[in-house]
Design a protein around this ligand. Structure first.
Ligand code: HEC
Ligand code: HEC
Length: 360
């Protein structure tokens, strides 16, 4: 009998310990241990443009932002997260989709760009319609063709969630969940999406690898023909230009925002990092591979309003001159911009928070 009493007591103690363990469980606790406030600055990049002074970098905020990024609760019916259209395995682009697909399978009007090195970007969207990364997530959340939800309703859901108040507490010092904090957490996560470890980067930093003769030739062609717009090290000069695409739709690009006729058909020069993974290409995803892109630059540049002067030769001919050999070399060089460690970076990966989220 006595034996059983002792056993019951031991069992009782174990049960209470386990239960109170569950009750006390604060998922945010474990983050404290790994909190780090040093922005992981790549050696071959300039200082970031993002104003960390207003939103101090911390790995806890990044971790909170990551959860939000992959959480379907940010959409009206719980099915679409940011990660639905921005998929890590293709540098956070919507690979294979010409135009983006959002809530209730509605189709947007532009191609979902990769998300990378956003801490150095000066404007966002193909037309630069957003100038502050902290404001960017408001657009997809409330867009009828993306997530179709109101911010108030997102805040309501997060405040009632069993974990988010604790997460926000760990990240911001109090459990209040506000629009500003939601935006700041998401943008912190996006500033952590750094792609700076491609073969190109390692060659530039002198870490050992060297270009093959073909890649080196491609780099020379690239510097002569492409780099004035696709400027190193981000492979964009962050400006808006017309690269002579045939205007299939009434999308006038930058002019949508500024209303200036001088901005008609100008779109943001996109980065070419991880370009081998992010097809289809251009703001409307019209080209399904790099061969079509190169064919465009050599043979199909249209002389529409505001065609960039760099794409008109002294003879008056529009487009660039590239031999078949130049094209092969260029493609070999563009492949050195693939950063597989970015795609494999577990700290940017999906958190299993939205099992019902749709993948298109
Ligand atoms: C339905 C698909 C879809 C969803 C969901 C979505 N996006 Fe996007 N995202 C896009 C498209 C399309 C664009 C380009 C829009 C444009 O230029 O007009 C874009 C652009 C962006 C950009 C600008 C990138 C740049 O380099 O200019 C950022 C940042 C971004 N999205 C972040 C987010 C975040 C954060 C979420 C979740 C709150 C999100 N997106 C949800 C499709 C989506
Ligand atoms: C005059 C400036 C300019 C020059 C020169 C230029 N580009 Fe572009 N490039 C752009 C602009 C602007 C876009 C986006 C156009 C759009 O979508 O409307 C673009 C888009 C691209 C894209 C699609 C990227 C994506 O994510 O969809 C690729 C690939 C590309 N350029 C490669 C090149 C290569 C290779 C060269 C040299 C042979 C080159 N570009 C020369 C301005 C330029």
């Amino acid at each position: 009998m006595k034996k059983f009493t002792i056993l019951y007591i031991i069992l009782g103690i174990l049960l209470t310990a386990t239960l109170s363990g569950f009750l006390d469980y604060d998922p945010a606790q474990q983050w404290h241990a790994t909190a780090d406030s040093t922005f992981p600055q790549p050696a071959n990049f300039p200082a970031p443009v993002y104003k960390f002074a207003n939103n101090k970098y911390s790995t806890i905020k990044v971790e909170l932002g990551r959860r939000l990024f992959y959480d379907g609760q940010l959409s009206k019916n719980g099915t679409i997260s940011c990660g639905t259209c921005h998929i890590q395995s293709t540098a956070f682009s919507h690979h294979g989709h010409r135009l983006s697909h959002g809530i209730n399978d509605s189709v947007g009007s532009r191609n979902a760009p990769p998300l990378q090195n956003l801490a150095w970007a000066t404007s966002f969207m193909w037309d630069g319609g957003v100038s502050d990364l902290d404001l960017q997530p408001l657009v997809p959340i409330s867009s009828h063709v993306e997530m179709g939800e109101s911010i108030d309703s997102v805040l309501y859901k997060l405040r009632r969630d069993p974990y988010y108040p604790a997460y926000f507490g760990a990240a911001f010092g109090s459990r209040d969940i506000t629009t500003a904090r939601l935006m700041q957490a998401l943008s912190q996560f996006m500033t952590a999406m750094i792609s700076a470890n491609s073969k190109y980067d390692r060659v530039m930093r002198g870490e050992g690898p060297t270009f093959t003769p073909e890649e080196a030739q491609g780099y020379t062609v690239f510097k002569a023909q492409c780099a004035s717009c696709h400027k190193e090290p981000f492979f964009t000069d962050h400006s808006f230009r017309n690269n002579g695409l045939y205007p299939y739709s009434d999308d006038v690009g930058r002019m949508t925002i500024t209303t200036l006729p001088a901005d008609k058909y100008r779109f943001k020069v996109p980065s070419l990092r991880n370009i081998a993974l992010t097809a289809p290409y251009m703001h409307d995803g019209r080209f399904k591979n790099l061969d079509f892109v190169l064919q465009h630059y050599t043979s199909d540049v249209q002389s529409t309003d505001n065609l960039d002067p760099l794409l008109t030769q002294a003879s008056g001919r529009t487009g660039l001159t590239l031999t078949g050999n130049d094209k092969l070399a260029l493609k070999a060089f563009l492949h050195t911009l693939t950063d597989s460690s970015f795609m494999r970076n577990k700290s940017l990966g999906e958190v299993n928070i939205c099992p019902q989220c749709i993948r298109y």
